[in-house]
Structure formats: structure tokens, C-alpha cells
Design a protein around this ligand. Structure first.
Ligand code: UDP
Ligand code: MG
Length: 337
């Protein structure tokens, strides 16, 4: 199972048999939550009367979680388990889930029961109405205010302003997507929360539905305040990927041309002063400014060219996997068959 690196290999594995719904749940050290989560989820999904699968990604748990998952999988083959080699982080775990999901509709959620599987039918209803992405909105969020809710209010505001995709709750894991949306987004860093924004280039319709949120009962949160900083830095990347990434030379090049032409005009003026008016210009601050502008302008233009190279390399290298699967229980997208 290891070393499945070619993208062709991956997509072959995935397209095998379709189901209507895949529920994707990444988890890391959530042993006490697994069983209650499974039971609740199963109950909801059975009530839906559609063709479904559950894909749980064990993101390198070091507790007894995998043994529980294995037991559940043996009793219920609709539960697929993808076990990653080490802890790659929630975003990579989501990406692993997307790669191994066969659903036409993909629902993501957390494993810690802070989300309620009972909200899944609400999300599906919106998808059936024709939306491509349906995002949960934790109207009454049960997390500490200072370390979690306040930073996330700021982050949601900034992300909405910067990306133009306005959502109240980017951080809510409970979301539903039409398959093409997630299959066309490459994830890394903390980028999973930006899927609606990144996917917006495809021209997607997004709906928000209020969902329930509960305090964590077992285990503890894997994140603190430091995530906010990462999220804000990622926002810069997303902004760049969304607009400038296709043509960096347009941004840097035009700035560079503007700056260096200002420098050249100043230089010409100083040349006139020197040769026509026969004045000394060596001691004038303006000369320094002229030189500085020309040099900076030239540097910006070269930076734009470098940007072009980087962007091209980026587009051609995005097939690189960001996780390695250790074990696969069930045919969550197949094996080497
Ligand atoms: N998680 C994961 N890998 C990690 C960290 C977290 O798969 O490296 C999972 C975790 O088990 C949970 C979800 O991501 O199912 C959300 O994590 P958590 O509840 O700690 O975040 P919070 O709800 O506090 O934002
Ligand atoms: Mg949580």
C-alpha cells in the first residue's frame, strides 16, 4: 500500500465504485470518542436511506484508537479506515480522506462529538437544492472565549474580507461538498478551512446552515492560540493563490516599471541640471532617490520573473502527495488491485 505516488494510481483507486455519500472524519488520539461517534453517526446515516460510506482517517494516533477502529470495521464494512503513518495534521488527514472517498457528496466533521452527526441531513438538503458547498455555522459555539472564539471572530472577518467569500464560520469542520469541489483543491498547511475560498475560482455556490455545537466531553483539543497565527499567514497564501498566482509578473512588473520610470525621470532631470545649468548634483539627496528607485524597480521586475518561474514549478509539481498511508481497512478507494 505504501509509496502509491503517481496521481494516476491514486485516481484509479478512487473512481472504482461510487456511493452517494462519504462522511470523512479525521482523528488523532480520540479513543474515548470513537465508539459514541460511530454509534451516533451510524444511526443518522441509516435513517437517511441512501448509499453511504464512512471514512475515518487515523492521523497517526498513539492511543488505543486504531484497535477500536479495526474492531468496528470488522463488524461494519461501511466503515473504512485510513491509517496514516504518523501525525500529519488535520489538513493532510482531510486530504487523505478526500482521496479515498467515493461519494458524490462529501461531508466532513470532527471526531470529538463537538459536531452533531444529526445535522448531516440539513447539509444534504441544501446540496440537493443545488449548492456546491454547504458550510456549518456554529451559532452557539461552546469553546473558551478568549483563546478560541475571539480569535476566530477576527479570523472569519479577515478571511471574508480578503477572499471575498463571506462565511460566518470558516473553522467549522462540519461541511458538505459536491465531489468535484474537493477533488480539485490541493491542500497543505492549515488550508482545509479555506476550501470554500480556494474552490471559489471554479465558480461555486455556497450556503451556510446553523448547526449545533457541544463542549468536548472526552480527550482534549489539539490546538491553541498559535493556530490563529498560522491561519492568518495561510490567508496571505490563499489570497496570492486566488488572484496573483497566475501572473506575478503583472503585479511586480507594473510596480517595478512605475518605480523605475520615476527614477529615470528624476535622473534625466538631474542630468539636465548638471549639463545645461552647470550645477553640482553630487551632494543632492534627489540623486540618491533616483538611483534607489531605478534599482528597486529593476529588482521588482526580476522578482516578477522569478515569481513566474515559481508559479510554473508549483503548478507542475502539485501531484506530490502530502501523506503516506500505512494501512487500509476495507476498500476505501481500493488497494493495488
Ligand atoms: N485532528 C487530527 N489531526 C491533528 C489534530 C486534530 O486529525 O493533528 C482531529 C481531531 O481528532 C478532531 C479534529 O481534528 O477530530 C478537530 O480537532 P480538535 O477538536 O482538537 O480542534 P478544535 O475543535 O478544538 O478546534
Ligand atoms: Mg473539537
Amino acid at each position: 500500500m505504501e509509496g502509491k505516488r503517481s496521481s494516476k494510481g491514486r485516481s484509479e483507486m478512487i473512481e472504482e465504485r461510487e456511493v452517494r455519500l462519504s462522511v470523512i472524519i479525521p482523528l488523532f488520539n480520540e479513543e474515548e470518542n470513537i465508539e459514541p461517534l460511530y454509534l451516533r453517526l451510524k444511526e443518522v446515516l441509516e435513517g437517511l436511506e441512501i448509499d453511504y460510506e464512512m471514512v475515518i482517517i487515523d492521523d497517526g494516533s498513539t492511543d488505543g484508537g486504531f484497535a477500536i477502529l479495526k474492531r468496528l470495521h470488522e463488524a461494519d464494512h461501511l466503515l473504512k479506515v485510513v491509517r496514516l503513518r504518523r501525525n500529519f495534521g488535520q489538513t493532510a488527514a482531510f486530504a487523505a480522506g478526500f482521496d479515498h472517498a467515493r461519494g458524490q457528496i462529501i461531508v466532513t466533521m470532527d471526531a470529538d462529538l463537538q459536531n452533531d452527526p444529526g445535522d448531516i441531513p440539513l447539509l444534504l438538503e441544501k446540496i440537493e437544492e443545488g449548492y456546491d458547498v454547504v458550510s456549518g455555522w456554529r451559532v452557539k459555539r461552546r469553546d473558551p472565549f478568549l483563546t478560541r472564539r475571539l480569535p476566530s471572530m477576527v479570523a472569519n472577518f479577515l478571511i471574508s474580507e480578503v477572499t471575498g467569500v463571506r462565511l460566518h464560520d470558516y473553522g467549522c469542520s462540519l461541511k458538505a461538498y459536491r465531489r468535484q469541489v474537493v477533488k480539485n483543491v490541493r491542500l497543505y498547511g492549515e488550508l482545509h478551512r479555506f476550501i470554500p475560498a480556494i474552490a471559489s475560482w471554479m465558480g461555486i455556490s455556497i450556503a451556510e446552515v446553523p448547526v449545533a455545537h457541544y463542549p468536548r466531553r472526552f480527550g482534549k483539543s489539539k490546538y491553541g492560540l498559535s493556530r490563529t497565527i498560522k491561519v492568518l499567514l495561510d490567508l496571505l497564501t490563499v489570497r496570492f493563490l486566488l488572484s496573483y498566482s497566475t501572473r506575478p509578473i503583472h503585479i511586480f512588473g507594473s510596480l517595478g516599471l512605475l518605480v523605475s520610470s520615476m527614477g529615470i525621470i528624476l535622473g534625466l532631470y538631474l542630468t539636465g541640471v548638471k549639463f545645461l545649468l552647470h550645477q553640482d548634483i553630487g551632494s543632492r539627496p534627489l540623486l540618491l532617490l533616483a538611483i534607489l528607485l531605478v534599482v528597486i524597480g529593476a529588482q521588482m521586475i526580476t522578482m516578477g520573473l522569478l515569481g513566474e518561474l515559481v508559479v510554473r514549478t508549483y503548478h507542475e509539481s502539485v501531484d506530490k502527495p502530502i501523506y503516506v498511508v500505512r494501512e487500509l481497512l476495507g476498500e476505501a478507494g481500493g488497494g493495488n488491485r
